[in-house]
Design a protein around this ligand. Structure first.
Ligand code: UT7
Length: 331
């Protein structure tokens, strides 16, 4: 059956805090080296928000750019989805703070908790809601401030993450373009906080002095296991949308994978058979901004002219949960 109504991205935006933390800065904090970090992760520097800044502040700035680039009024937005694992507060949702910040009075607002896969979860939801005919204009945001949830004494994690936000306006179109296929998945068998997560602070384990002393309110991660899972799951997810849309990998103009580690990115590109020049990389500048990586990368690719109208883009990601997702997008 021919699909008459599609969802398409009409504007993107991103915002990165100005404060840069280089690998050399981290050498002064933990027993690490610029050489180790670059060789094992590809990261050279990351951005860190100032102390009085919240995740929604970054999201609002990114969203304002997306609104401007989509040439819409904030009052046109009918729903706001914010993907984050570092919300301003447990509740109200970060999406409600974003709503206030951009003046989108006509929208409903909620957060999505799907870790690094969160932005593509949001895009998938927006796609379904728009194609159903119930919505015409949805703002999808991915934003994080990892600064406060990273143990700055743990060299295994503190070198990896950064702060930032990206946003997309998703709108209905009758043209056969936009989101051509979308897929999200998860496997709760891997919902293990030792694999990747924060043990304390939720209903299972409140934040007590003991938990703080044991750093249980900070990110725990088994890097090697997460690495292997990412290299397996992202190509599988990407192939799924290609199959669904009957598109060959050779037709892809740009692959935009989750930016966690350059070695993971290159392995995913190699497994899919995408030449290096068609793989978008900015992990060197920003590290892993979790739910924000893919949309920050998409926004930059558009601004740099590496993703142009008509181009076929393949977005793919994975994260704690486990969660994963992929989107085939014609700009
Ligand atoms: O969005 C998803 C979130 N997470 C990820 O995607 C992370 C995925 N995993 C990774 O990116 C990599 O596993 C890491 C970058 C975290 C680690 O790289 P690795 O090549 O898997 O190293 P490793 O964990 O096997 O550690 C090798 C060595 C260890 O020393 P020993 O035991 O061999 O003496 C570590 O203690 O490197 C040591 N090491 C470090 N050395 C210097 C670990 N972190 C550091 C560091 N600086 N920052």
């Amino acid at each position: 059956m021919t699909q008459l109504r599609h969802a398409t991205i009409t504007g993107t935006g991103s915002y990165l805090p100005e404060r840069v933390i280089t690998n050399f800065d981290l050498e002064k904090l933990v027993n690490t080296s610029d050489e180790w970090i670059r060789q094992r992760t590809g990261i050279r520097e990351r951005r860190i928000a100032e102390d009085n800044v919240a995740t929604s502040d970054l999201c609002v700035r990114a969203a304002r750019w997306a609104i401007k680039n989509a040439h819409i009024n904030p009052l046109d937005i009918q729903m706001i989805l914010v993907a984050t694992v570092t919300p301003d507060t447990f509740f109200p949702s970060t999406a409600c703070y974003v709503q206030k910040g951009i003046g989108a009075k006509n929208a409903s607002a909620m957060d999505i908790s799907a870790a690094c896969a969160g932005f593509l979860y949001g895009l998938d939801l927006a796609d379904g809601l728009i194609r159903s005919g119930r919505y015409d204009t949805i703002l999808v945001v991915g934003g994080e401030i990892f600064n406060n949830i990273v143990d700055w004494n743990d060299r295994g994690t503190c070198v990896l993450f950064g702060d930032g936000a990206g946003a997309a306006i998703v709108q209905a179109t009758d043209e056969p373009k936009g989101i051509l296929a979308s897929y999200i998945g998860s496997d709760g068998d891997y919902a293990d906080i030792d694999l990747l997560g924060i043990p304390a602070g939720g209903s299972r384990m409140p934040v007590t002095q003991e938990a703080i002393d044991q750093k249980l309110d900070k990110i725990q991660m088994n890097g090697r296991e997460v690495f292997k899972l990412g290299v397996r799951l992202m190509p599988e997810a990407a192939q799924r949308v290609l199959r669904e849309a009957n598109v060959s990998i050779e037709d892809i103009d740009l692959l935009i994978p989750h930016q966690a580690n350059l070695r993971i990115i290159e392995a995913v590109g190699d497994r899919l058979g995408v030449p290096r020049e068609k793989v978008y990389i900015n992990v060197d500048k920003y590290g892993n901004t979790s739910a924000a990586t893919v949309i920050i990368a998409l926004d930059e690719a558009i601004r740099e002219g590496r993703a142009k109208p008509g181009d076929l883009l393949l977005l793919v990601t994975f994260g704690a949960g486990l969660t994963w997702g992929s989107t085939l997008l014609q700009l």
